[in-house]
Write a protein of this length. Sequence first.
Length: 416
Amino acid sequence: MQNENVPAAVAAKPQPDRDWRIIGLIGTGHFLSHFYMLCLAPLFPLWKEEFGVSYAVLGLSVALMSAVTALLQTPVGFLVDRHGARPFLVGGTLLMALSISAMALAPNYWVILGLAILSGIGNSVIHPADYAILGSSIGEKRMGRAFAMHTFTGNLGFAAAPLALGLMTQTLGLGWRPTLLALGLLGVPVVLAILLQSRILQDQARPKKGKAPVGREVLLSRTMLMFFAFFLLSSMAGAGIQSFLIATLDQLWGTPLTVASLALTGYVTGATSGVLLGGWYADRHTRHFTFVTGLTALSVALFLAMGLVPLPEAVLPFVAFIAGGALGASRTPRDVMVKNAAPPGQMGKVFGFISSGLPLGSAITPVPFGMMLDRGMAWMVLPTVAALLVASLFCAGTARGEALRAARPPAPLPAE
């Protein structure tokens, strides 16, 4: 997809330096998006003491931020496609960051809840705007690596938030107020960098009228609904592993806490690093669905092995690392498949809608998996994860088939 204001010869010319600058700008904003989503929970013990509210009420801050982000991604995607991604990326990132900083001045916890909603509104622009810009600005030879780095920087944001909060509040002895003020202000130079470099961030070309489905017709197509289900089911499986792998291994095999924790760390590390391998593959090969299928099948086999066979403790973290790495590597080709299926000029709403399946999947999983463990049915957890992944593959295959049929030129009419 080419920017209408950029000559075709310029847009087609490979510009690796420019591409990596774009990836760096977008990736830094995505890092902050995930960082801010996890920077509140480590403060719960401090807030409980200062504001005198329960942990259930404290959890509302994270729940509201996540829910608002998920609910607004699709409407924001429509706005991105209509008016361009850059102003929304700048405004959303600034709102997201300054809302976190403003929490430092909150006189009570209810103000923090309001600011969490505002930060969630800002956060909702990130996925639709990021993918619209990357899909329009990056050369096709680096598209896979661009999407991979986008996912990778987001995962780094999740990993860095608890470490940064712990370092600043515990090791350095800063109060939570100066900590949030400083961390929120990190977004200001990022916004300034995006503004200064905005000329290299291209918006999508507007679709020609009558040439492709638009609006709700795109999102309600069988292709996009199946991609949404693919993201949703994959997220449900991943959330089940991250939330309950330790408890499941303990109930099934009496795995020591240290070993089970190493297994979870192995899974998360593999899933994070695997996306880079997936980006490398996506840029060099075209059989994306075959790659996704093979790696997901490998993960399914390994999760079933952990759930059905008492593996040696020394082997368990390695098996979890391979399972996580295989799933992580399948993510970037998945994103490229969605990008290729999106009609011209519709990438904001497509990724806004489909990626909302990720937080929704994470919200659905904990209660039923927790019920399995509460009722002594730990043997069901990992097979259920495997079943969710198999179902996600069915959805991906259906979406791919529909996309191929939609792209196929109509058969010529028979001659009279």
